[in-house]
Write a protein that binds this ligand. Structure first.
Ligand code: BTN
Length: 254
């Protein structure tokens, strides 16, 4: 019986009760030659990883903690846009589940009313010329309740359940993998342009007063646009436009 709606994503499906991090597991498999679309999913992560060397809270049975192996033929410089692509696909999946308030904070957090529902961590292996593989790790809070959130996440985290979306994880996963696969093949056939446009439509960052903590500097200004590489363009006080390649955005209340 076919459980998933996808053709390639999840064709090889590795299910675990517990693991350190599905990104680590997926990287091991990718190094052994695992094919594109291989999915590693676990009930719990003992050392879930987040962006900027942070951890990721991944309690047993409460979320969808998974990674997908991709082997696209585009240039390594394009890999960062895969994360934007994932954010677009996931946001569309949440809209399908009835959560219309889900939107994207640059580059790839999915927020509902300012609280984080999803994190994405993309890791690439390859050279300057060629991508060997990409591991796209995605963590979705599904069943977690407000009481269960650790102290430091109480005001910044949310889950589908907390947003009133009562859905089984298998059903949610099916919708999510479907959207991811569709978006990925759209990018492979038509390039990133359309997906970046969709990103802009789904963004909660553009047009806002923001603060960006970039590795070298903190900027304050208005988020104006994305450039064609997915970098964020911020207009600062003196009117100049800064191009932000990496960093953490906070949206400043009006
Ligand atoms: C972030 O900091 O926002 C990114 C969080 C990414 C979490 C997911 S959960 C599945 C995969 N395995 C990991 O260790 N991290 C990612």
């Amino acid at each position: 019986k076919k459980v998933l709606d996808t053709d390639v994503f999840g064709k090889r499906y590795v299910y675990m009760d517990i693991t350190e991090s599905t990104n680590l597991e997926a990287r091991k498999l990718a190094q052994q030659g695992a094919e594109e679309g291989t999915v590693v999913v676990t009930e719990e992560q003992s050392a879930g990883r987040g962006r900027l060397s942070r951890g990721w809270y991944s309690p047993f049975g409460k979320g969808i903690w998974f990674s997908i192996i991709l082997r696209p033929e585009f240039l390594p410089s394009e890999a960062a846009k895969c994360t934007l692509m994932a954010a677009v696909a996931l946001t569309k999946a949440f809209h399908k589940m009835g959560l219309s308030a889900a939107g994207i904070k640059w580059p790839n957090d999915i927020l509902v009313n300012g609280r984080k529902l999803v994190g994405i961590l993309t890791e690439m292996s390859g050279s300057m010329e060629e991508i060997n593989y990409i591991v796209m790790g995605i963590g979705i809070n599904v069943k977690t309740t407000q009481e269960e959130l650790p102290e430091e996440l109480k005001h910044i985290g949310t889950s589908l359940a907390m947003e009133g979306i009562d859905i089984e994880r298998t059903e949610a996963f099916k919708i999510i993998l479907g959207e991811l696969e569709q978006q990925y093949y759209e990018v492979l056939s038509n390039g990133f342009e359309g997906t970046l446009e969709e990103w802009k439509q789904l963004s909660v960052t553009l047009g806002q007063d923001i603060e960006v903590r970039a590795p070298d500097h903190t900027y304050e200004g208005v988020a104006m646009d994305l450039d064609t590489d997915g970098n964020l363009l911020v207009k600062v006080a003196d009117g100049t436009i800064k191009r932000i390649v990496a960093g953490d955005v906070s949206i400043r209340p009006k």
